[in-house]
Design a protein around this ligand. Sequence first.
Ligand SMILES: CC(C)(COP(=O)(O)OP(=O)(O)OC[C@H]1O[C@@H](n2cnc3c(N)ncnc32)[C@H](O)[C@@H]1OP(=O)(O)O)[C@@H](O)C(=O)NCCC(=O)NCCS
Length: 145
Amino acid sequence: MGTEYLADHHAGRRIVLLALDDQSILAYGTLLWESCYEPFRVAKIPEINNLVVAEQARRHGVATAMIGEFERRAPVAGRNTICLGVGPYPGYGPVQRLYVKLGYQPDANGITYANQPVPPGRTVPRRSPTLAHASPRANAPGCLL
Ligand SMILES: CC(C)(COP(=O)(O)OP(=O)(O)OC[C@H]1O[C@@H](n2cnc3c(N)ncnc32)[C@H](O)[C@@H]1OP(=O)(O)O)[C@@H](O)C(=O)NCCC(=O)NCCS
């Protein structure tokens, strides 16, 4: 994964950020310029993709700072909105709370699987469904908020 991220970073496909202390890496996160989620890809809204903070460093504002850095960098590239997707499971509870706290809003498409809305009663593999969110600075053309 590290090699792929490095290659993407150098090719300009994504920004990779690391949070460091004196000794070690505390967190990593990436911003993909071309979202995996079709509505955001079409609207040219970049996607926060894989943001992980080491357990011992959590609840100290590291993720908030990294998201803030993505939010600062995206407009420099002409992108005023950024997005992300979270899983509708308890394991994503912390990040669901984090994005709500930062003002991110659901894109109103509900839960999706393979980028398509999941109708009530439909069975999909447990790991894959996503609930997409976009940033509050929603002035990009085609934004779905
Ligand atoms: C989600 C994650 C990135 C948050 O990182 P963090 O550096 O701890 O986040 P912050 O310190 O910036 O948290 C800010 C807010 O997020 C929410 N939050 C963070 N952890 C939480 C938890 N365990 N329970 C409930 N809310 C939580 C809170 O609203 C918190 O504000 P508060 O501390 O004032 O209550 C981290 O828990 C993590 O790496 N989780 C595993 C990987 C993951 O789920 N990544 C996201 C999807 S790729």
